[in-house]
Design a protein around this ligand. Structure first.
Ligand code: GRG
Length: 294
């Protein structure tokens, strides 16, 4: 499955990149500077994990990539918005992201904030567009939009990021740490794994199972990110590392963190049982995410 999952990820990454390009205004759209900044933020060479999750979980729900390209692009645009905001001097004050200069280092802080806001609002528009194109029932589309709002707002990503900044430099307990990680990372994973199935009309039990899969996967991913932050150089990680951020490694030893990753991946995969062989790729994705250099 090792090379199979790599080939799958490469193929889907190309599908996603084409969608990102298609759904963003061109960089010469007036006013050009902000559209350039938006594209710089969105097109950094990332793994495209969240949009790929949209595609993979929609497939489980019986849909095809073409059915949910707007939703997949929306997930990456939200993610890109969080990254460029996180790098700002008022937040993580990082200068390197995805192997190149952070957005504000190229476009300045004001246009980086505007680019992030535009990416976020664009994501909402894309989810609505997806619903219109699929002729999704009104209640389902309303739910999809509501889930995006909840995952990105103060009871989701914003809450997680707020607490992360609030406790910077302080000792935190495991509960607070779990809140931070599940909110600043987990909620977007859950959204990525459920948005396609919601739009595509999956049953409630399937949506719940996929959400729980993603919740565990997201937490595992964040612990791996913490390990990478501690162990990798900026050249390898493609971003500033060893920063003073809340990390599982401030509470547990690296070996324990590794064991936690294994435990979380096992739990994630447990939620795939109802899907049988159809979930083969989601199993492989979970194993891949747990790898130290994911
Ligand atoms: C814009 C909705 C919105 C919220 C703002 C700034 C903020 C609130 C949240 C930031 C949350 C944050 C930076 C979480 C880190 C998540 C994480 C582990 C990112 C790294 O993801 P990868 O490795 O990155 O998938 P690539 O570059 O591969 O896409």
């Amino acid at each position: 499955m090792g090379s199979e999952i790599e080939a799958y990820l490469k193929e889907k990454r190309e599908v996603v990149e084409a969608a990102l390009d298609r759904f963003l205004p061109p960089s010469d759209e007036y006013p050009p500077r902000i559209h350039e900044a938006i594209r710089y933020a969105a097109f950094g060479p990332g793994k495209r994990l969240r949009p790929i999750l949209v595609l993979a979980t929609t497939e489980i729900a019986g849909g095809a990539d073409d059915n949910v390209l707007e939703a997949a692009a929306a997930l990456e645009f939200i993610h890109a918005a969080t990254l460029v905001l996180d790098d700002l001097p008022a937040m993580d004050n990082a200068s390197l992201r995805r192997g190149r200069a952070a957005c504000h280092k190229v476009y300045g802080e004001a246009d980086t904030i505007l680019a992030a806001v535009a990416l976020l609002t664009h994501a909402f528009g894309l989810v609505a567009l997806n619903g219109e194109r699929l002729r999704v029932r009104r209640e389902r589309l309303a739910r999809a939009v509501r889930e995006v709002a909840l995952a990105t707002g103060s009871v989701g990503l914003v809450g997680g990021q707020h607490m992360d900044l609030e406790v910077a430099g302080k000792t935190v307990d495991l509960g607070t740490l779990e809140y931070i990680h599940s909110h600043k990372t987990g909620h977007l994973f859950i959204l990525a794994a459920t948005l396609g199935p919601i739009l595509f009309g999956a049953g409630e039990a399937d949506i719940t199972a996929l959400g729980n899969y993603a919740k565990n996967l997201g937490l595992a991913f964040q612990v791996v990110d913490d390990l990478l932050d501690r162990e990798a150089t900026p050249e390898i990680a493609g971003k500033d590392t060893g920063r003073d951020r809340t990390s599982f490694l401030s509470l547990v030893a690296p070996a324990e963190a590794r064991a936690l990753v294994d435990e979380l991946v096992k739990s994630a995969r447990g939620w795939l049982k109802p899907f049988g062989a159809r979930a083969q790729l989601l199993h492989a994705l979970a194993a891949r995410v747990a790898e130290p250099t994911s």
